[in-house]
Each structure stands twice: as structure tokens, then as C-alpha cells.
Ligand binder design. Structure first.
Ligand code: PXP
Length: 241
């Protein structure tokens, strides 16, 4: 099974918002990332609009040639925006205003009704829904019940762990991937992946797509976004040989 790459370009917008300029241009980034061979563009429209703006979502939707994956909180506002923009994929994520980045996965069990309602609305509009969750079997058991067919496993805990804890977190991801795959759920993964820790995750055969942002944008500062994308794709390809 081939492994796809979604490049999260949020932090190109972070750089732009830091000065309120019109550069760096996100559409130029989309062109370069796609030319490098990425399979999808991923953006997160946060409730506080700290990086991606509403107008960016519309412009990127019109410009991008590959899949557009919109990350969003399960709120009425975000679901309505998604239904208007029609990304190919919507990845529902938990969101807290004060967090630096998405911390932890969705609580599909505790927030069942809200996630089910959002999933239904998005699916009825024709958008494929993915749920960003921890590699936790109990959460995965409820995914099909809310109507989603795709999950993105949160790799952040694995990425931040060291020593035995890292091995443990890796095994959790392997186990959760196999469990979800057996239920017929598509498994993607992302968060905290970089040029050192991605290969081992990419080698898990059932994983279909990785969504990677911060490390790639940081690399792009030195080598450009096209080369940063090509380097990550090469790591992923080698892991699947
Ligand atoms: N996947 C999801 C669901 C996310 O929320 C994020 C961060 O926006 C990413 C992947 C990318 O994480 P990172 O920037 O750490 O690569």
C-alpha cells in the first residue's frame, strides 16, 4: 500500500501573521509543495485564526490541484465553513484556545454526540471525515459508530518521548493501527513528525497518509519548501521499500 504525504502549511501563515504582511504567499507554497510530489495540502482553520484565515481557505481550495485536507474543531461555525468550502477531507481535531498546538486526540467517547453530529453534517455534504485520536483502542471502537471511516493517529506523544517510553508509544501506534485496520478504518498519522522520527512510523504498513507541518516548514527556511517536501517524501518512500 502506498503512503501519501499531506503537507501542513499553517506555519507559513504563522510567519505572515507575525508581521501582518501579504508574504509569504500561501498559494506559491501550495504550487511548490504539489510540484514536489505531495499528495495533499493540509490546513487548520483555528477558532482564534492565529495562522490560516478564512480567505486563505477559499483561495487554497480554488488553487490546489491535489487533495485539500481541512482540520477543524467540531463546532457549528467550523462545520458550516467546511460545508461551504468543500475540502476533500475534513479532519476533526480537539481545540483549546490557549494551546500552542493541538494537544491530545479527540475524546470520541466523551464527546460522542457532538462528533457524531459534525461527522454526519460533513459526510452529508460529501466531505470525507477523519478523526484525530490517540492510539487508544477504546477510542477506535467508537469511530465507526460516529460515522467516520478514517482516523489520524496522534503521534505527538511518541515524538516527544525518549528511551523506553518512546518504544512503548511506538508499540501503541502499531497496535492501534492494526486494530483500526482490522475494522476497515483507514489509518493516517501525524503530529510532531520530523526528519528523524518519521521513517519508523512510515514503515508501519497499514498507515495510508502522514500529515506533517512544523518540521517541514522549519526545514524549508534553509532549503526551500520544494526540497523540504522532496526530502520527506524520500524518507517515506525508503521506509516502504
Ligand atoms: N495532524 C493534525 C491533526 C494536526 O492538528 C497537526 C498540527 O496542526 C498536524 C498533523 C501537523 O503537526 P506538526 O506541525 O507537528 O507536524
Amino acid at each position: 500500500m502506498s503512503l501519501e504525504l499531506g503537507v501542513n502549511i499553517d506555519h507559513i501563515a504563522t510567519l505572515r501573521q507575525a508581521r501582518g504582511t501579504i508574504y509569504p504567499n500561501l498559494l506559491d507554497a501550495v504550487t511548490l509543495v504539489e510540484a514536489a510530489g505531495a499528495d495533499a495540502i493540509t490546513i487548520h482553520l483555528r477558532e482564534d485564526r492565529r495562522h490560516i484565515q478564512d480567505a486563505d481557505v477559499d483561495a487554497i481550495r480554488k488553487h490546489c490541484q491535489r487533495r485539500l485536507n481541512l482540520e477543524l474543531a467540531a463546532t457549528d461555525e467550523m462545520v458550516a465553513i467546511a460545508c461551504g468550502v468543500m475540502p476533500d477531507d475534513a479532519c476533526i481535531v480537539p481545540e483549546k484556545r490557549e494551546e500552542l498546538t493541538t494537544e491530545g486526540g479527540l475524546d470520541v467517547i466523551g464527546q460522542f454526540d457532538r462528533i457524531q453530529q459534525s461527522t454526519q453534517t460533513l459526510r452529508d455534504a460529501g466531505i470525507r471525515v477523519s478523526l484525530f485520536i490517540e492510539p487508544d483502542v477504546e477510542q477506535i471502537k467508537r469511530v465507526l459508530d460516529v460515522g467516520a471511516s478514517v482516523i489520524e493517529l496522534h503521534t505527538g506523544t511518541y515524538a516527544n518521548a525518549t528511551g523506553d517510553a518512546k518504544k512503548y508509544e511506538f508499540e501503541r501506534i502499531v497496535g492501534a493501527t492494526a486494530f483500526a485496520d482490522n475494522l476497515g478504518i483507514q489509518v493516517n498519522a501525524g503530529h510532531g513528525l520530523d526528519y528523524d522520527n518519521t521513517a519508523i512510523i512510515a514503515a508501519i504498513p497499514q498507515i495510508k497518509e502522514l500529515n506533517i507541518g512544523h518540521a517541514m516548514i522549519a526545514r524549508a527556511v534553509f532549503v526551500g519548501i520544494k526540497q523540504a517536501t522532496e526530502e520527506m517524501l524520500a524518507i517515506m518512500e525508503k521506509a516502504r521499500l
